[in-house]
Design a protein around this ligand. Sequence first.
Ligand code: SAH
Length: 213
Amino acid sequence: MIDDFRHKGLRRNMVKYLKSAKNISNNLVLNAFLNVPRHLFLDSSFLEFAYQDKAFPIGSNQTISSLYTVAFQTQLIDIQPGEKVLEIGTGSGYQTAILAEIGAKVYSIERHKELHKKAKNLLKKLNYHTNLFYGDGYLGLSQEAPFDKILVTCGAADLPISLLDQLKIGGQMVIPIGFKKQVMTHFFKDKEGNIKKNEYENFQFVPLLRDKQ
Ligand code: SAH
């Protein structure tokens, strides 16, 4: 696993791009992008594309989300060190690594066994201590609930209510909702347990699937 001066240079440029062209200003997010070796989460044949702002195949018919998508979601949900965070859709494990790099205690679920295993090996090699689960994330992870934050990294046709139930009071969830395109949607659970919703721009994700259907 090589991460040399060339990769680090590409990451510095990537961070400059996210800051100046994409309005990403949260320093915790930008630092995490500087430190996580994104090229290791793609097959080596995609090495030269790893720091471009595109989604790429990661096997099992799935894609790693584009740079901006990961940065936007992570900034929107305002991850803080020490928070307990649930991610639905581990995929390559890149977003998981970003959350862990910020210092969150991460729980992540993936429904493809091969992707789950690959991400688990890689995150371990990179010394990220994360809790990865193989299974259907549609229903969340009730045995570990409640969470400070829930981040869904696949497109949901509708809102999985059980996920909102697994948020702490004051907790936040970010989830892309829709069919062909998804509206990035932010939920906040206030002191009384009421849910406030805000909608942002459109993105395109692989679908959140329900295994039992
Ligand atoms: N966060 C990932 C994004 C991967 S794409 C990354 O950084 O690479 C979204 C992932 O969600 C895919 O790997 C897909 O298999 C997974 N997924 C879809 N429906 C799911 C479900 N119900 N439970 C768990 N994972 C799911």
